[in-house]
Ligand binder design. Structure first.
Ligand code: PLP
Length: 394
């Protein structure tokens, strides 16, 4: 018998698996060129060429026992120092090696910081709609998920609801900007107001409330949109970064946490995160990838390719009469279900071989998510199918 807690996780994950299987079935039946799978956030852009060169060079020029060995649970010191310097140059911050912990992607980082902070019953706020895995990560440590209501049509955080739901038990708030699933970037004004609310609530309750900035999409911002660096706005901010999307390396599992010295109890949190990385079973982030990203800090993914897709899809869908939130970042489009029923809309879309994810999966019903990290060609080929879908709602 599996653990009781796992039963619902397995059931939940079979929904996603069913979608994946459905895509494969449709491809067999209609030919892969006639199936338009917009369901997954797997980057379509290849990693920069330099990544491969650096990996080869690291393997050729370093001792195998160094490249493939254990190191400090927080990561190689020279890698963490290079990242701290890089962030200081970009954001005018004052980090050093001790503030950086190399992680197994953003997912690993979130689990490490939640393990470090959360006692059973502590509340962790999430801003709907949001990446559904947060629920599982919070449940791993018996935290309680507190959802902030969605805020259409801008999908900036609903600040009144945010403020109202903070309690003496609130230990952390997870924010994700640029956002999966909406593509929205939280404005500087929003972040300033959130910080003001948090400072006031910390004072009111005499507690520390940690803001966890989940930033796998930081580099994917369009039309010059600014993605502010949250540690500069609020003292109790931990940043989780990932190279999954910024260097198209999701399978390599590499990222880092930033834990500034300004955090309440900073030294203990850094020590706890180091131990959490080990005892969660990660031990350390993948060694070869740590060394690879150190020499790729200036590398950028082909944002232009995603931007082209964004424009093509946005123009195509809006001209068909669909209401879309214009994405400012990430590679997702948030599209309103014309009759408000996102599950029925996604099911109807599937009749035209269009695979999109119902917003309910992200706790944002009434919308669907379209992941446009696909080939430009597929978007072009899919538009007639979207046209037929639009006809059904006329
Ligand atoms: N956070 C968000 C919002 C994501 O969309 C994802 C992946 O899609 C992750 C975290 C996990 O990313 P990683 O591959 O870095 O673990």
């Amino acid at each position: 018998m599996i653990a009781k807690k796992m039963v619902s996780y397995v059931e939940g994950s079979s929904v996603i698996r069913a979608m994946f299987e459905e895509g494969k079935k449709l491809a067999k039946e209609f030919g892969p060129e006639n199936v338009y799978d917009f369901s997954l956030g797997n980057p379509s852009v290849e990693p920069p060429v330099k990544v491969k060169e650096v990996i080869k060079s690291v393997l050729d020029n370093s001792s195998p026992n160094f490249v493939h060995g254990y190191m400090s649970n927080s990561g190689y010191e020279e890698v963490r120092e290079a990242i701290a310097n890089h962030l200081n140059k970009l954001h005018g911050t004052n980090f050093n090696m001790s503030n950086i912990l190399m992680t197994v992607g953003a997912a690993g980082g979130l689990n490490v910081i939640l393990k470090s902070l959360i006692d059973p019953g502590d509340e962790v706020m999430v801003i709907a709609p949001y990446f559904g895995e947060y629920n599982n990560y919070i449940a791993n440590f018996d935290g309680v998920v507190v959802k902030v209501d969605p805020n259409p049509p801008t999908f900036q955080p609903n600040l009144a609801d945010f403020e109202a739901r903070i309690t003496a038990k609130t230990k952390a708030v997870i924010v994700n900007t640029p956002n999966n699933p909406t593509g929205v970037i939280y404005s500087e004004e929003t972040i300033k107001k959130m910080a003001e609310i948090l400072v006031a609530k910390e004072k009111e309750f005499g507690t520390s409330i940690y803001l966890i900035a989940d930033e796998p999409y930081r580099e994917l911002a369009y039309d010059g949109a600014e993605v502010v660096y949250l540690t500069k706005y609020y003292h109790n901010t931990v940043v989780g970064y990932s190279y999954s999307k910024s260097l198209s390396l999701p399978g390599e599992r590499i990222g880092y946490l930033v834990m500034p010295d300004e955090l309440d109890d900073a030294e203990n949190i850094k020590a706890a995160a180091n131990v959490a990385n080990r005892i969660l079973g990660f031990v350390n982030a993948p060694s070869l990838m740590q060394l690879a990203v150190k020499d790729c800090l200036e590398e950028k993914t082909n944002v232009k390719a995603y931007d082209n897709n964004r424009k093509l899809l946005y123009d195509g869908l809006t001209s068909l009469g669909f209401e879309c939130v214009k994405p400012e970042g990430a590679f997702y489009m948030w599209v309103k279900a014309p009759d408000g029923d996102d599950k029925a809309f996604a099911a109807k879309a599937k009749e035209f071989n269009l695979l999109v994810v119902p917003g309910s999966t992200f706790f944002g019903p009434g919308y669907v998510r379209i992941a446009y990290c696909v080939s430009e060609d597929m978007i072009k080929r899919s538009l007639p199918a979207f046209g037929k879908l639009a006809e059904c709602y006329k």
